[in-house]
Each structure stands twice: as structure tokens, then as C-alpha cells.
Design a binder for this molecule. Structure first.
Ligand code: THU
Length: 161
């Protein structure tokens, strides 16, 4: 028997001013689409912007439903829109921003488990890391260099063979 420890790496930016101009542009895209989310039930709006290898940017926001589980997160809307449009495309970066009508979201909002699994699918397929940046409405921005840092021991297609 052996005990093991998994450590994960991430970078924290204190605020948007610490981002490069490209990073800032992508975060602003995520913020812009966030504010068009359809979130009448949770009042919690999320936006995501995906940068593809060819330079195209795709965005998405959460879309809720009166039948709650039929809603979908921003990240998956953005990723699937990108991959539907560019089926052979490679994802370089994803930026995520969240805000609430009820409170000021001043801590980073990480992607949910289902969205991490969706990101993992494409990172595994393209064999190139996807950078993931996530934040709230204001304050710190967390950068992860790979989904592996957010989803250790992830399930992927190697387990199906
Ligand atoms: N939500 C996202 O869009 N992304 C996440 O990663 C976490 C949660 C949405 C789903 C739901 O519409 C609302 O936020 C509250 O959970």
C-alpha cells in the first residue's frame, strides 16, 4: 500500500489590470456575454469566452429553464458552439466570469464538474493544454494551465479501450 498526493498548479492575478491585453480582451468578452445570460431562476449569470487556435473567439452564457436540470452552463454553451462551428478546431484558452443579482461575487467562480469534464474531452482529444481563467464579478482571477489541474484523476477515453 502506498499513499500518494496530487498537487495542482495555478496562478492568481489580483485583478484585471494584471492581465495581458489579449487576456483582458477575452475576459471582457466573457463579461459582455455574461450580462446577456438567461438566468431568471438563480439570478446567477455566467459568461465564457473561448479562444481557438485560429484566433476565432466563441462565447456563451448560462441558459436556465423552468425545468431546472434542462438548463445549461455558460462554459458548455461556449465550448460546444466553438466545436460545432470548427469541428477540427483546437481550444487555446477559456475565460469565465460570474455575477449575481443577489450579492457581489468577489471570489473566483470555478467551472462546475460537468463543465470540467466537457473541457477535459477536448483537451484530451487535441493533446494540447487548454488554459482556463476564472473569476467572479470583481477581484482575483485564477489561471489554470490545464484541465488536469482542475480535474485530477479525470475520466477520459483511454478508460474505454
Ligand atoms: N453555472 C454556469 O454557467 N457555469 C458554472 O460553471 C457553474 C454554474 C450556472 C448554472 C446555473 O444557471 C447558475 O450558474 C447557477 O448554478
Amino acid at each position: 500500500m502506498h499513499d500518494h498526493k496530487i498537487t495542482t498548479d495555478f496562478t492568481i492575478f489580483e485583478n484585471i489590470d494584471e492581465l495581458s491585453s489579449t487576456q483582458k480582451k477575452l475576459l471582457l468578452k466573457a463579461i459582455e456575454i455574461r450580462d446577456h445570460a438567461y438566468a431568471p431562476y438563480s439570478r446567477f449569470s455566467v459568461g465564457a469566452a473561448v479562444l481557438m487556435e485560429n484566433g476565432e473567439i466563441f462565447t456563451g452564457n448560462n441558459q436556465e429553464n423552468a425545468a431546472y436540470p434542462s438548463g445549461i452552463c455558460a462554459e458548455r454553451v461556449a465550448i460546444w458552439t466553438a466545436m460545432a462551428s470548427l469541428p477540427q478546431g483546437r481550444i487555446k484558452k477559456i475565460f469565465i466570469s460570474a455575477r449575481s443579482d443577489k450579492t457581489v461575487v468577489d471570489q473566483p467562480v470555478a467551472p462546475c464538474g460537468a463543465c470540467r469534464q466537457a473541457i477535459a474531452e477536448y483537451e484530451t482529444r487535441q493533446k494540447e493544454n487548454i488554459e482556463i481563467f476564472f473569476t467572479g464579478e470583481k477581484g482575483k482571477i485564477v489561471k489554470s494551465n490545464s484541465i488536469k489541474d482542475l480535474l485530477p484523476w479525470m475520466f477520459d477515453n483511454s478508460m474505454l479501450s
